[in-house]
Design a protein around this ligand. Structure first.
Ligand code: AMP
Length: 186
C-alpha cells in the first residue's frame, strides 16, 4: 500500500499507526534519507543538498534505495510506503520492482487536507523538532513541488481504481480509524 498527501498531511504519523495495526513495515523514504543525513553517509550528504532546498532527491538515487529496501525480509508480507513514489518516473520504477517481486499494490490511501492548515502544522513541527526543511519558505516550496510533480500521480492510481480518500483534517485517532475503515481493516 501507499499513503499519499501533501507535506504536513500526517502521512508519517498515520503510516506508523496503520503499519503497527496491520503488522507490516511503514517505509518512509524521508526517514531513510534523514537517517543517512545524520549518519553522514555518502547518500545522506547528497540527499541533504536537495532536502534543505525543499527539492526532490534525484529519481535514480531514490528508486535504487527503495528497490533495496523492498527486497528486505520484513517486506515480504506487505508494506506501507510513505512519501514514495513522488514522481511519474518513481511510479514506473515501483511498478517494475513490484512486478519483479511478483506482487502489486492493493490500495493508495490519500490524505485530503487544507493547504493553509498544513503550513501551520509544518511551521510548528519545524520549531518542535528542528527539521531544517520546515521553515515557512521551504514549506511553501515543498507544497508547490508536490502540486506540480506528485499530485498528478493521484490520477494515475485513480485510473487503476486504487485510491481511497480520507479526510486528513480530523483528529489523529479519527483519521486512523477512517483509514482502517477505508481498508476494511476494522
Ligand atoms: P518527507 O519526510 O517525506 O516529507 O521527505 C522529506 C524530504 O526528503 C523531501 O522534501 C525530499 O527532499 C526527500 N524525499 C523523500 N521522499 C522522496 C522521494 N520519494 N523522492 C524524492 N525525494 C524524496
Amino acid at each position: 500500500m501507499l499513503i499519499v498527501g501533501p507535506p504536513g498531511a500526517g502521512k508519517g504519523t498515520q503510516a506508523a499507526r496503520l503499519a503497527d495495526a496491520l503488522s507490516i513495515p511503514a517505509i518512509s523514504t524521508g526517514d531513510i534519507f534523514r537517517a543517512n543525513v545524520s549518519q553522514q553517509t555518502e547518500l545522506g550528504v547528497l540527499a541533504k543538498s536537495y532536502m534543505d532546498k525543499g527539492e526532490y532527491v534525484p529519481d535514480s538515487v531514490t528508486n535504487d534505495m527503495v528497490r533495496a529496501r523492498l527486497a528486505e525480509d520484513d517486506a515480504t508480507g506487505g508494506f506501507l510506503l510513505d512519501g514514495y513514489p513522488r514522481t511519474l518516473d518513481q511510479v514506473e520504477a515501483l511498478d517494475g520492482v513490484l512486478d519483479s517481486l511478483g506482487t502489486s499494490l492493493d490500495a493508495v490511501l490519500l490524505l485530503v487536507v487544507e493547504t493553509e492548515a498544513v503550513v501551520e502544522r509544518l511551521v510548528a513541527r519545524g520549531e518542535a523538532e528542528g527539521r531544517s526543511d520546515d521553515t515557512e519558505e521551504t514549506i511553501r516550496h515543498r507544497l508547490s513541488v508536490y502540486s506540480e510533480q506528485t499530485a498528478p500521480l493521484i490520477d494515475v492510481y485513480e485510473a487503476r481504481g486504487l485510491v481511497r480518500r480520507v479526510d486528513g483534517m480530523a483528529s489523529i485517532d479519527e483519521v486512523t480509524a477512517a483509514l482502517q475503515d477505508a481498508l476494511g481493516a476494522r
